[in-house]
Design a protein around this ligand. Structure first.
Ligand code: LLP
Length: 464
C-alpha cells in the first residue's frame, strides 16, 4: 500500500493535489482533484486506473475528470454569486475544448457558451444549448455563420464595421431585431505569450476605442440592432489580477459613455484569461480570488459613477477545462546521445498537443504505472512526428523508464484536443470521461478510414 508519506521522496506522488496543501481551486493543481495512487502504485483519476484505461482504450488517450470539470464550473458560479451584487453569467469559451460531452457537462452546470465559428456553434446547439446562452465571436464571421446564429437567437459579439453593416442588412431583410454586444480593444497590456495577447491596441480583434463614438452612433441609429452589452478580452494564461481589474473599470467607463447615445446597455463581459498551473512554478490566483478581485473593481467603478450594477459576464476557457484532463501515452523507443541527452519517444506528440511547438509551452509528466518510483533522470520526451521540433517536454524529470510504460502529461484539457491535427496522418486520440470508477468514451479514436473519409480520387487517377 502506498501512503501519502512517500510524497517526501521526489516521485510522481508530488503532483497529487492533496500533496500540495493548497485549497482545491483546480487551476492551481497539476493533476485533476480526484487523482490518487492505488494499491498497485498506479495513477487513478475519477476512480479509474489510467494504466487499465490505456489497456482498454489505447493511447494516446485524453482522460477527462468530470468531478474537476464540474468543480471549476461551480467555483466560478458560486464566486460570482458571492462577490457580485448584480446579476452574473459565466460563459465557457468553447474554443478550449469543443465536443458534445464537454459542452453537455458545462451546460448542465448552467454556464453559457462562447463560440467562434459555425462549427463550435453547431456543436453547442447539438449538445442541447439554447441560443439565449450562446454568444458568437469572431473577427471575420461569414454570412452563413451569422445566419445560423441569428436563426438560433444567439447574441452576436460584433467585432468590426463590416459585420455591423452585414447585420444591419440582415436585420432589415428578416425584419428581426438582432441582439448584439460590441467588442472593443481596451489597450491593456498583460504578461503572456504574444500570440495569445489580445487586449493591446495592435490587435486584430475588436473596435479601436477611438471609434467608440461612431460605433455608438451607428448602433443607436439602427433599429434592427439591439446592443445589450460591451465586451473585451485581454489575453490568456494570465496570472496577474490587475489587468482584469483595469478592464472592469474601462468597461464601466464605456458603459457610462454609451448612455449619451440613448443606448440601454446593461451587460459587460470581461472575457476570459485566468491562468492555470502547467508546472509547479506557475502561480495563478484561485478562481475565487480572481473573481473577487474582478468583481471588486467593477463594483468600485459602478459606485464611482453612481450607476446600477450591470450584468457581469466572464468567459473562461482554459481555467475551466485545462486542469481537468491528462493525456496518457505509451513509451516506445529511446535514444541516448552520450553527454547530451536521452530521448524517450511516445506514441503521440504535436498532433494531439501542438502547444509546445506553437508557444514553447512547458508541461509536467509522470509514469502512471510506477507512481512512487524515485525520479532519477532528466530526459527529453519526444513525439513521434517527422519533425525535430516535435518535442512534448524538453526537460522531464522521470523515474527509470521502460518501453510500455504509461507516460502521463498533465493539464492538457485546454487547447489540446481543440487544436489537434492529423499531421503525418495520425488518427486523433480518443477521450474518456471518468467519474467515480466509470469510464465513458466522449470522443472515439479516429480510424484510418476516418483519415481518408474526405479524400477523392478523380476517375483519371484510378488504376485500371
Ligand atoms: N474570450 C475570448 C474572446 C477569447 O479570445 C478567449 C481565448 C477566451 C475568452 C478564453 O480565454 P482563456 O480563459 O482560455 O484564457 N490556443 C492558445 C490560447 C488561445 C486563446 C484564445 N482566446 C493556447 O493554447 O494557449
Amino acid at each position: 500500500m502506498v501512503t501519502q508519506s512517500t510524497t517526501q521522496v521526489k516521485s510522481g506522488l508530488q503532483y497529487l493535489a492533496k500533496a500540495t496543501g493548497k485549497p482545491l481551486s483546480p487551476n492551481q493543481h497539476l493533476l485533476p482533484l480526484t487523482a490518487k495512487v492505488n494499491d498497485q502504485d498506479h495513477l487513478e483519476i475519477g476512480g479509474c486506473d489510467i494504466t487499465t484505461l490505456v489497456a482498454r482504450f489505447g493511447s494516446p488517450l485524453y482522460v477527462l475528470d468530470e468531478f474537476t470539470l464540474r468543480t471549476t464550473c461551480q467555483q466560478y458560479r458560486d464566486a460570482f454569486k458571492t462577490y457580485y451584487p448584480g446579476e452574473s453569467q459565466v460563459i465557457y469559451a468553447s474554443k478550449a475544448w469543443s465536443c458534445l460531452g464537454v459542452c453537455a457537462i458545462i451546460a448542465s452546470e448552467g454556464l453559457g457558451f462562447d463560440v467562434v465559428s459555425g462549427g463550435e456553434l453547431y456543436t453547442t446547439i447539438q449538445a442541447g444549448v439554447k441560443g439565449d446562452l450562446i454568444y458568437l465571436h469572431g473577427n471575420n464571421k461569414s454570412l452563413s455563420e451569422l445566419e445560423l446564429a441569428i436563426d438560433y437567437d444567439c447574441t452576436i459579439i460584433v467585432d468590426n464595421w463590416l459585420e455591423l453593416e452585414m447585420l444591419r442588412e440582415m436585420g432589415k431583410t428578416r425584419d428581426k431585431i438582432i441582439s448584439i454586444m460590441l467588442r472593443l480593444t481596451p489597450g491593456i497590456e498583460c504578461h503572456t505569450h504574444e500570440y495569445i495577447r489580445t487586449g493591446h491596441l495592435d490587435s486584430k480583434f475588436g473596435f479601436d476605442p477611438n471609434e467608440i463614438d461612431r460605433v455608438f452612433t451607428f448602433v443607436s441609429e439602427t433599429p434592427n440592432l439591439k446592443c445589450i452589452g460591451l465586451h473585451a478580452h485581454i489575453g490568456s494564461q494570465i496570472f496577474e489580477r490587475q489587468p482584469h481589474q483595469d478592464l472592469g473599470e474601462v468597461l464601466v467607463d464605456w458603459l457610462v459613455k454609451s448612455e449619451n447615445y440613448g443606448l440601454e446597455i446593461k451587460q459587460i463581459n470581461i472575457g476570459g484569461g485566468l491562468g492555470i498551473c502547467y508546472t509547479e512554478q506557475d502561480d495563478p490566483p484561485s478562481i475565487d480570488e480572481w473573481v473577487q478581485a474582478t468583481c471588486n473593481a467593477v463594483i468600485k467603478a459602478c459606485e464611482g459613477h453612481n450607476i446600477p450594477f450591470p450584468k457581469l459576464l466572464a468567459e473562461p476557457g482554459r481555467s475551466l477545462v485545462g486542469s481537468a484532463c491528462v493525456t496518457a501515452y505509451t513509451v516506445g523507443s529511446s535514444k541516448i546521445v552520450p553527454d547530451i541527452r536521452t530521448y524517450i519517444s511516445v506514441d503521440g506528440g504535436m498532433s494531439d498537443n501542438p502547444r509546445p511547438i506553437t508557444y514553447q509551452s512547458v508541461y509536467r509528466t509522470l509514469i502512471a504505472n510506477r507512481m512512487s518510483a524515485p525520479l532519477t533522470q532528466t530526459v527529453t520526451v519526444a513525439g513521434k512526428h517527422c519533425e525535430s521540433g516535435d518535442i512534448v517536454i524538453k526537460e522531464a524529470l522521470l523515474p527509470d523508464t521502460e518501453t510500455g510504460d504509461i507516460l502521463v502529461v498533465m493539464a492538457t484539457g485546454a487547447y489540446n484536443y481543440s487544436m489537434a491535427s492529423n499531421y503525418n496522418r495520425l488518427p486523433r486520440p480518443a477521450a474518456i470521461l471518468v467519474n467515480e470508477g466509470e469510464a465513458n468514451l466522449i470522443l472515439q479514436r479516429e480510424t484510418y478510414q476516418d483519415l481518408i473519409r474526405q479524400d477523392l480520387l478523380p476517375y483519371r487517377l484510378l488504376r485500371h
